[in-house]
Design a protein around this ligand. Structure first.
Ligand SMILES: Nc1nc2c(ncn2[C@@H]2O[C@H](COP(=O)(O)OP(=O)(O)O)[C@@H](O)[C@H]2O)c(=O)[nH]1
Ligand SMILES: [Mg+2]
Length: 552
């Protein structure tokens, strides 16, 4: 593979590597330009010099006709490209990249366009200069007209060598020009010094200018020549261009390699910057994850607190109810003793009635208080929805409302006729039933003997003995009542708790689902980010490999 072909190949490789990186589209375009330039083998030789240094006049002199405007104000911005040895004389005028006029002869062009950047392509059949060499008349450098400089800089990147135009009267390049050459990296190109208006200088003065340029000028030129537009002195210029053209292939190749290397270095730098500045942003996801985890903990502990305090209150309510029951029965104990003495046959019935009436009455008050407690629990759970910050997941808020409803529905279940509480009453009453239940047992063991004793041996009995026996029976009834009540209320509490926790577990699994979704999102984001960075690093390394191969 020849060097040129190898270079083309490397440029194509680099283009393939960075082709899909959007922030490198400018660089990609530059690579395309290099490729097209080495394939068309066209030399671009711009005339670079101060305003009024004689660039346009030199071009006109080469064309043998005044085509390009001379002495135009520096505010007018026109680039003139001159193509020699063309098929036909022709002028094409472009404004902002679009052809706006075509003239099929060479004549002075009057521009009516006063806005935008104007490019004039001038084709001449004159073979004073070879084809494939493009001489470019650029506006003068100006440190004050920003737009001009930008267009100049853009244009200059396409230059293959620099024709530095200096008015013989001014003798040297200005600092502005020198800075411009430095800034545009044109120092790396071949620079030729073209003195204009040589007709104004004597042979001796020209020799002095030559020596000065060769030794003291801030820019070191490859070659120094003299021209005069006024006297049509162009031979040195023509000779220079021909000698440059003879080395065209080498110059184009060398420039292409340099430009390509520069672009690759810039690309590596841009990619590195991009890698360094890229940040993985998962903060939002992490914040949300943290919040969700906190919510679960908070919800769980809040619920536990509320339920614990409900159970405490239920425990106190049981104690209070048992105490009421006992007090009530004890209040009857005197009357029962009296009945035992006066009407022993009705003692059983009386005891049975007292116990059952007391159960119903005490449980009536119990149910009212239970109603209040469950209502309070329901309100407290609703309060959790407000105290726990669950703004992000409305489903959880809904869940808590739902738990509240569940508690209220349970309350109805508990208190309604035929509900749990009534079942407790029946259980109690059933348990105390004289014939089958506990009360019968107590009556048999405690009350019956009293009745018999009172009937047969009444005189031998003291009233206090009867009262003691009755109290003994009451104590036994109360102990059983307490057992049953505690047992039943534990059932009630368990039922409420299990419904609440069932609902809570459902909310929890919803939150856990959200957490899993978020964790997935995070993992995906991290993976994508790493893949992105790795592909950038990979591409950068490939470009670095390509740079290493650029040792022609
Ligand atoms: N004596 C003399 N004057 C020239 C020559 N070339 C250009 N000039 C004058 O220098 C001035 C500026 O020329 P111009 O071509 O517009 O310079 P540009 O701004 O670099 O394009 C004009 O007044 C020209 O007449 C030359 O070879 N000899
Ligand atoms: Mg000009």
């Amino acid at each position: 593979m020849g060097n040129l072909q190898k270079l083309q190949d490397l440029i194509s490789q680099a283009m393939a590597v960075i082709g899909d990186i959007s922030f490198l589209s400018e660089n990609q375009k530059r690579l395309e330009e290099i490729l097209s330039k080495i394939s068309t083998q066209e030399l671009t030789l711009p005339l670079i010099g101060e305003f009024s240094s004689g660039k346009s006049s030199l071009v006109n002199s080469l064309l043998g006709k005044e085509v390009v405007a001379v002495d135009v104000l520096p505010t007018t911005f026109t680039v003139n490209e001159i193509y020699f040895s063309s098929d036909a004389d022709r002028i094409e005028i472009y404004s902002d990249g679009k052809m706006v006029e075509r003239i099929d002869e060479l004549r002075k062009v009057d521009f009516k366009f006063d806005s935008g950047d104007i490019l004039v392509k001038i084709y001449t059949t004159s073979d004073i200069l070879p084809a494939g060499v493009k001489i470019v008349d650029l506006p003068g450098l100006s440190s004050t007209i920003e737009r001009h400089n930008k267009v100049l800089v853009d244009y200059i990147t396409k230059a293959d060598a620099v024709l530095l135009v200096v008015d013989s009267n001014q003798a040297t390049v200005t600092l502005t020009t020198k800075n411009f050459l430095e800034f545009t990296n044109l120092f790396k190109h071949e620079i030729y010094l073209v003195y204009t208006k040589s007709d104004l200088k004597s042979e001796f003065e020209r020799a002095e200018l030559f020596n000065y340029a060769a030794t003291k000028m801030p820019v070191k030129p490859e070659k120094i020549i003299f021209t005069s537009a006024k006297e049509n002195y162009l031979s040195e210029f023509i000779e220079l261009i021909n000698s440059i053209n003879d080395r065209k292939a080498d110059i184009l190749f060398k420039n292409a390699v340099n430009d390509f290397r520069n672009i690759c270095n810039v690309v590596v730098e841009i990619i590195n910057n991009n890698i360094n500045l890229s940040k993985l942003d998962v903060k939002e996801i992490e914040d949300e994850l943290k919040k969700l985890n906190e919510q679960i903990d908070l919800l769980e502990s809040e619920l536990r607190n509320r339920i614990n305090s409900f159970e405490d209150r239920l425990y106190n309510l049981n104690k209070e109810t048992v105490r009421n029951f006992e007090e009530r029965l004890q209040r009857y104990s005197g009357r029962l003793a009296t009945i035992a003495f006066e009407n022993p046959d009705s003692l059983e019935n009386a005891f049975d009635n007292f116990v059952k009436t007391s159960i119903v009455e005490v449980l009536d008050s119990y149910s009212q208080k239970l109603n209040v407690e469950v209502g309070a629990l329901s309100k407290e759970i609703q309060g959790i929805a407000e105290s726990v910050d669950i703004g992000v997941t409305s489903t959880i808020k809904g869940r808590i409302q739902w738990i509240t409803n569940i508690v209220l529905v349970l309350l109805v279940d508990i208190l309604a006729p035929g509900g749990i509480l009534q079942a407790v009453v029946y259980t109690l009453i059933g348990n105390f039933d004289r014939k089958i239940g506990l009360l019968g047992n107590i009556i048999d063991r405690v009350i019956e003997p009293i009745k018999n004793l009172v009937t047969e041996l009444v005189k031998r009995l003291t009233r206090s003995y009867v009262e003691t026996k009755i109290n003994e029976a009451i104590k036994e009834v109360v102990r059983e009542f307490e057992n049953i009540l505690v047992n039943e209320s534990r059932n009630i509490a368990e039922r409420i708790k299990s419904e609440i926790y069932k609902e809570f577990e459902a909310s929890k699994s919803e939150i856990l689902n959200s957490i899993m979704v978020l964790q997935d999102q995070k993992r995906k984001k991290v993976d994508e980010f790493n893949a992105y960075l790795n592909s950038l690093k990979d591409k950068r390394d490939k470009i670095i490999e390509i740079i290493k191969e650029l040792s022609f």
